[in-house]
Ligand binder design. Structure first.
Ligand code: MEV
Length: 300
């Protein structure tokens, strides 16, 4: 028997960093997918094609420890690069666990998949809220609380986003450590920033459902100010954000840990091409992807 699965990447919309400290975030899955196949075999083999072996190996051993596995399985992964911060590792973990769950007939539901996938990511990475794991498994656009305390799918229209890549690879674990240092040094100030981010994230949850892009854009701008205060923005991110804003974007912010990777801007149809041209003109790379994509699934 052979099972093929695929799982999406993600883009953080609101609430990065604050979500690690018990506040909510909003995340959307994107149509850039990882594919995994799992097949009965004589012995265990893994063909990674670029995926991080630590995540694949941890996923296999966590599945084996929890649900058991036959001796031989041939696993194969393929998909998008980890370069831009779209959550390829979480997508691989989700794809591997879903494939093993189908192959062994365990048929885990989304919450069981999430719990095992989140444990796997923590085993490898040590820290993280799990929002990317939730996006890979549930898909769509989610309101999320750390560790999956709340995973609430939102009935939303696709958001008119422009995504600009800085060309700089961000190191999420290092950035989380920097923010943790800041939290230790100035707990009250940083706590107030997180509370403010939580408040605007709640507001954004309502306004995204209403499709009130003008207001959602304003909230992105506020969120960006707080991320700047946290010290996780970067000159290149700021220049792409400014380019988007001065060409008519409703709002713009960094997306993810900061320190590189991507920014996102919310635009009207009328302004989309001016914003994309401005981002490209100053050395950013516009990435064309759809949001609100389907979660992990079996491919026929
Ligand atoms: C990184 O993409 C987003 C952070 O909030 C970390 C996390 O939530 O795991 C910084």
């Amino acid at each position: 028997m052979k099972i093929t699965t695929s799982a999406p990447g993600k883009i953080m919309l609101f609430g990065e960093h604050a979500v690690v400290y018990g506040r909510p975030c909003l995340v959307t899955a994107i149509d850039t997918r990882v594919t995994v196949s799992a097949e009965d075999a004589e012995a265990m083999s893994v063909d990674l094609s670029g995926a991080d072996p630590r995540f694949v190996n941890a996923a296999v051993s966590n599945f084996r420890d929890t649900y058991g596995l036959p001796k031989g399985i041939a696993l194969k992964t393929s998909g998008f690069s980890s370069q831009m911060g779209f959550g390829s590792s979480s997508a691989v973990v989700a794809g591997v666990l879903q494939a093993l769950s189908e192959l062994t007939g365990k048929k885990l539901d989304n919450k069981k998949l999430f719990d095992l996938a989140y444990k796997t990511v923590l085993d490898v990475q040590g820290k993280g809220s799990g929002f990317d794991v939730a996006a890979a498994i549930y898909g769509g656009t989610l309101y999320f609380m750390t560790g999956g305390k709340i995973i609430e799918p939102l009935a939303v229209k696709d958001m008119p986003l422009v995504i600009g890549y800085t060309g700089v690879k961000a190191d999420t674990v290092t950035l989380m450590a920097q923010v943790a240092e800041k939290m230790k040094a100035q707990p009250e100030r940083v706590g107030r920033i997180y509370d403010a981010i939580a408040k605007l994230t709640e507001d954004a949850k309502v306004k995204i459902k209403e499709g009130d892009w003008e207001r959602v854009g304003r909230l992105m701008d506020f969120n960006q100010e707080y991320l700047r205060d946290l010290g996780v923005s970067l000159e290149k991110l700021e220049s792409l954000i400014l380019a988007a804003k001065s060409n008519g974007a409703y709002g713009a912010k960094l997306s993810g840990a900061g320190g590189g990777d991507c920014m996102i801007a919310l635009v009207s149809d009328k302004n989309r091409s001016a914003v994309e041209t401005a981002i490209t003109a100053i050395g950013g790379q516009v990435i064309h992807i759809k949001n609100n994509a389907a979660g992990v699934r079996v491919e026929l």
